[in-house]
Design a binder for this molecule. Sequence first.
Ligand SMILES: Cc1ncc(COP(=O)(O)O)c(C=O)c1O
Length: 501
Amino acid sequence: MNELSQRYSRPRWDYLGETKSGILTIEGLPVTEIAKKYGTPCYIMVERAIRQRFREFKAAFPYPKLRVQYASKCNSNLEIMRIANQEGVELDASSIGEVILALLADFSPHEITLTNLYKTPQDILFAVKVGVLAITADSLEDLELIAQVGKSINKKIRIFIRLTPTIDLGQYTTRKVQYGIPYAQYKKACDFAARSPYLNPIGLHFHGPYVYNPKVYFIAAKKLVDVAEYMIREHNQKISYIDLGGSFPVAYGDTEVFHPRDMGKKFSDYFVKLIYKANLPLPYLVFEPGKFFVANTGVGLTRVISKKLRRTTTLVVDGSTYAFLPDPIIYEDAVYDILPASKMQQRRSQHYKIAGCTCDCIDTICKSVHLPQTKPGDLLAIMDCGAYSNTIASNFNSLKRAPMVMVNEEGVARLIRRRDRFSDMFAPELDVLKVADPHELQRYYNLFRVNINKMWGEHKEKKSPVRGRFSSQSKRRAKKSPPAQPLATPDLSNPITTATT
Ligand SMILES: Cc1ncc(COP(=O)(O)O)c(C=O)c1O
């Protein structure tokens, strides 16, 4: 096993290497083995790197009352959440679904906060009953709703008040974000929360859009500490938590971004000074990053399925921006590093466009990447895609979303999420059909009669590499393979009884 060749290496990918024959390895495991066992496309997460990111973040802030939460919206895989838990990190849930996942991942309720823009009374009741640390109120309306729910159960509900101060720093601005209570309304929000017999405002919250400049956290801290001072002065209400959100940057391609350790010590000292100056008791300082922990620790493995001669030669792969890597269709400037996973030692000689496999012309994973001569069957590794890929991916074109594999330090891979099944994908409609009027069923007869998953399993997907060329040998093989079994003609006379067979 070799180190990754210089032309591809980046310090953040210390888990990559390559075999003597030029196959990319992850923690020493050749990706061809992962492709063979789990198929492509698939996500590969690197356990050691994830743990390291959690530890680096915690070590960056020498503040005595630091609480780090994982914003699971960026990758809510249960195993990753369990690793966060083992690493002493708490959880920022953006929905009741994520609260439930957090409980499944063994977080204690008091390690979970629920922060989002929209919650129903039932969501609030559920979160209170579970006993989450706090529910974050995102608007004046949200505050009122939470208070109403508190009244209905005669309980004071622990809340964080989410505020959005205006911060303009060069290109950076919070002016366009829709979340949080505008800072100009903080007194209104605080007065309401402090006076309500059904709210216990224990924390203040801020989350800004993608932070390029650490000064954002310094400015936000000052604004929130001012509000904490207001709360104690006007209402004798102690603020025990100051939450400054996530949005720590991650490197994609050759962009350089600040690391929490570059600002953590200075920020911690500054924050302590702010608190002492305001004569407040030291609150917990909360951060809730998502992508910082997992973006650079995930690799997307995909296989080239065809090559098309266009102005820029186009390689179509078996992943897509919809079901696999949605970032490029959400952010115009999203650019992944793409490595020739099965040809790491060959000289780069050509620029290719990498297109996803749906019939949509915007399904472009990368407009231009420099690679060795590449042909159908070759594997490509899409780097730094561990955050906001699987959780945003959809079943557009009724494609299955990819499985996720975790590779440990010894180079052992295990499945941590299976590929979608047709039955998962169609359940919302099939469930409706099941309870439809029996006469209606005739129209959907085939869906009932055929066990789709079983049929699919019988004609299992081939996981062996795609042939590079449609050779005469492969044509011969194609002729020899047995003809597909025709479906028996359905007997429509009694759809219900036949449906169960
Ligand atoms: C409230 C809140 N906290 C944390 C995060 C995590 O952000 P990031 O993954 O950019 O760190 C988000 C992302 O949208 C968020 O809305």
